[in-house]
Design a protein around this ligand. Structure first.
Ligand code: ZN
Length: 284
């Protein structure tokens, strides 16, 4: 992506290099909202509890260290992508008479406190509806490149656009509707709803990509392929196979690789928010 020189967002909170030690564990786990735990990596939501280290040690490399040039550049890149999503969603939602509430994006190292509780870097990127913030540890970017085989700056942009997609779902009330079904439907059915919510976030990431592609000189050859590859790399089936060697469809929370790619592509090709009703789609 040729992102240098584009507008940067004012909504990035850079908490990298700040130790999470000593922060109060406000609300405890009871305050956790499960939506925040939609782990992009398809991990088990219970994982977050294992990552909670209230008052614990942070890795010595993290706290108080100045940011490297590479880290600074990554921060700038994230700001530019976030600004692009702001432009796209401001204009898209205003067509429907809504004013877009710009979310903040928190960059952190090791662990972070959100309105949804504590999270560690291993949680993966997440969106917390309680404070309307996106949380991103950039070590995840390395992980995508190395472990998941999804390199490229557009792959990271896709991740950000997916989390912003959750924010759009939150603003539109879709997230509340899904969460209100928790405990009312069977676990299996709720799981299905989660998958549809996730695939819609992929679709919304695709809508963003549709408009990014229209901006002259922004995307480069291969960028879209990087995004599609990333969407495929974080499919539940692929991750389950990697982690446990077999696939359990009922345990999916994000959709298969093929489904994630399909919905991202649909957003990319149409750029039309009305085409993204994953909840009433017969075929996911
Ligand atoms: Zn998600």
């Amino acid at each position: 992506m040729r992102w240098q020189g584009r507008r940067k967002s004012d909504n990035v909170e850079d908490r990298r290099g700040i130790s999470g030690r000593g922060l109060a564990v406000g609300g405890g786990l009871g305050g956790l909202i499960i939506v925040a735990l939609y782990l992009l990596l398809g991990g088990n939501p219970d994982q977050i509890t294992q990552n909670l280290r209230p008052g614990g040690e942070t890795s010595p490399a993290a706290a108080g260290q100045p940011l490297s040039e590479k880290d600074k550049e990554l921060g700038d890149f994230v700001s530019v992508v976030l600004a692009d999503t702001e432009d796209v969603w401001r204009s898209t939602l205003s067509e429907g008479g809504q004013q877009y509430r710009e979310p903040s994006l928190v960059l952190f190292t090791d662990q972070v406190q959100s309105a949804c509780g504590y999270a560690g870097a291993a949680t993966g990127p997440f969106y917390c509806p309680g404070d309307e913030k996106l949380y991103l540890d950039l070590s995840f970017f390395d992980e995508m490149q190395i472990k998941l085989g999804a390199p490229g700056d557009f792959a990271l942009a896709y991740v950000i656009a997916h989390e912003v997609g959750h924010h759009v779902q939150n603003q539109l009330g879709i997230m509340d509707q899904v969460m209100s079904q928790r405990g009312r439907v069977s676990e299996r059915e709720f799981n299905q709803l989660q998958v549809r919510l996730e695939l819609q976030a992929d679709f919304l990431a695709g809508v963003w990509a549709h408009y990014a592609r229209q901006a002259a000189g922004y995307l480069e050859q291969g960028d879209i392929e990087e995004g599609l590859n990333a969407a495929s790399a974080v499919g539940d089936d692929r991750i389950q196979r990697q982690q446990q060697g077999y696939v359990v469809p009922d345990a999916f929370t994000h959709g298969t690789s093929e489904q994630r790619v399909r919905w991202f592509k649909k957003g990319l090709e149409t750029g039309d928010i009305n085409q993204g009703d994953t909840f009433n789609a017969d075929i996911l």
